[in-house]
Design a protein around this ligand. Structure first.
Ligand SMILES: [Zn+2]
Length: 277
């Protein structure tokens, strides 16, 4: 009898353990009590070494283009929307996940680049007709003033009535708190989400592009970082955070441990360790 009870307990522990995280149709699921984070790979991606500093080699770094879905039993939101339909796969991945676009209540945008807002449209129309689109006021206003960014208007204009421009620090949908981490773009935003057990998930957007290069050497910028000194400060500040970092370009399934400092001081260095449950 005792042996049988033990056997059942072991089975239960194993099944609970494996239920926390794993691949599902359409993405990779991480479970935190009542909350689930699903990493959706919008597109595969590698970064050429030439994008970084003075590097002239032909090497590449593994990347990804990830969108994150966060859901509770009552609400489903997205962090970013990936590429447009020609290059991305959000529409198909949501079908595989059995999530209807109408059920998405909110989309939180880290910054206005085409690999983050492109997937908001489908056949020229809003893919998420019932969603509010949340963007930092500072990011949106910088975009409005800049002719170079105006091409991106096509992704946001159809949502004009549902645009929610926020100030940093105000808790938004599902209690996610936006914080400014500028430099990549003027108002680049990370979103912090408290989880049971005193842990935190942090959606870090484009704080890193090539994770395997920029965790150990955070002072290296991709050419996409508009203001390198500010982007470096934002990167170092974010990689120090002791939470689970969900990154738009961290190799799928997009999660790494934050706060793993190797060397502090003028030569910051962080350890890239995949987050697993
Ligand atoms: Zn990006």
């Amino acid at each position: 009898m005792l042996r049988r009870v033990l056997f059942i307990m072991v089975l239960l522990a194993l099944s609970l353990g494996s239920a926390l995280s794993g691949e599902i149709a359409g993405g990779w699921s991480f479970k935190f009590g009542e909350r689930e984070v699903v990493c959706i790979q919008d597109a595969a991606n590698v970064f050429p070494a030439k994008l970084f500093g003075n590097n002239t080699s032909n090497a590449t770094y593994q990347g990804s283009i990830n969108v994150f879905l966060v859901r509770t039993k009552d609400q489903t939101i997205l962090i970013d929307a990936g590429n447009d339909q020609a290059r991305g796969s959000l529409h198909e991945k949501l079908q595989l996940l059995k999530v209807s676009p109408e059920s998405i209540s909110d989309v939180l945008i880290t910054h206005i680049h085409p690999d983050h807002v492109g997937g908001l449209l489908w056949n020229g129309r809003p893919l998420f007709p019932k969603a509010n689109i949340h963007i930092a006021k500072q990011e949106y206003e910088a975009w409005e003033k800049d002719a170079g960014r105006s091409a991106l208007a096509k992704y946001l204009k159809p949502y004009e009535k549902n645009l929610k421009l926020f100030d940093y620090g105000q808790a938004g949908p599902l209690g996610l708190v936006p914080e400014k981490r500028g430099g990549h773009t003027p108002g680049h935003t990370i979103y912090r989400m408290a989880l049971p057990g005193n842990i935190e998930a942090i959606f870090v957007g484009d704080i890193v592009h090539a994770a395997s290069l920029q965790f150990p050497r955070p002072k290296i910028c991709a050419r996409y970082d508009a203001v390198p000194a500010e982007a470096i400060a934002s990167r170092i500040q974010t990689l120090q955070m002791k939470g689970i970092l969900f990154g738009a370009h961290i190799p799928f399934p997009g999660a790494a441990k934050g706060g793993l400092v190797k060397k502090a001081g003028p030569d910051w260095s962080f350890i890239l360790q995949k987050y697993q449950q």
